[in-house]
Write a protein that binds this ligand. Sequence first.
Ligand SMILES: [Zn+2]
Length: 323
Amino acid sequence: MYSVMLPPLARLLASDDSLVSRGYRRLQGLPPGSICTVPFSTYAAYVDFHRALVPEYRRREELEYKLIGAGDSFITEGRCHVCNHAATFTTNFDYAPGNIRNGKRVPNWREHVICTRCGLNNRLRASVHFLERNLGCSEAADIYMTEQSTPLYHHMRQHYRNLIGSEFFGDRIAYGSNDPVTGYRNESVTKLTFADNSFDFVLSFDVFEHVPDYLSALRESLRVLKPGGTLLFTVPFHKGLPSTLVRARFNDDGSIEHLEPPDYHGDPVNPEGGCLCFYTFGWDLLSQLRTLGFASAESHFYWSSRFGYLGGELLLLTARKPD
Ligand SMILES: [Zn+2]
């Protein structure tokens, strides 16, 4: 499919800003105001596309490089979809050790470009944008989110009346009940307490990489989705990896074996602890989702200088339950 469409697609994506290119949206049948994502379900299709878009990637990289300011943090301007307002975004150099080009530090764009109004970073703002516009999530939709203590949950709570969030406290609190101190609901993503066919959307942002048995978590997401419902999620995903990289695993005696340098991410309910990242996902994740029973599974690549979705090419993942 893409081999036929590539020349016009590449031109359209390169026209001033990939997000607002009306021609591209029309070509893909995307609703107005949606993110101009390019969806892929296999590594092979992506590789062809990537090769054809090398000049566009170079253009984005140059543009981003010029935005990087001196000092420990810098500001860029744009528009925040979440705030529906002109926005100022802040970026620093955390989570980007050794990322240097021509003597200049390059930030981890995915985790920054934080809107000073709503406090949401690049990938979270794009996730909300994609949910609302590309997936057409209505205010009455039944939604489950695998987080509850975060700025993103608080934003969602104001807009979606049938939203349920949770955090993970382990066995010390009954699953499905609330932690008496924080009031947050306790759920394990590998054994959710919700009934089958409960939600129109399951949302999970950078959680599954911390779950050793992530296939059970995906199976549970499928179970609790209504027919035709969508799992929208992000995880560390390496575009060049056909197969998922196992970073760490449990031995039979319960100890953890590190196969790659340990990578700990922030844990909102345990800020001093941090969460070990067990996987860097590759393209086999999409075929695993289809094998589990999802009707489709896709990665959606996007970029926009206008909306501050910087970082060359970031991606969101979706998997849809059969009707
Ligand atoms: Zn904002």
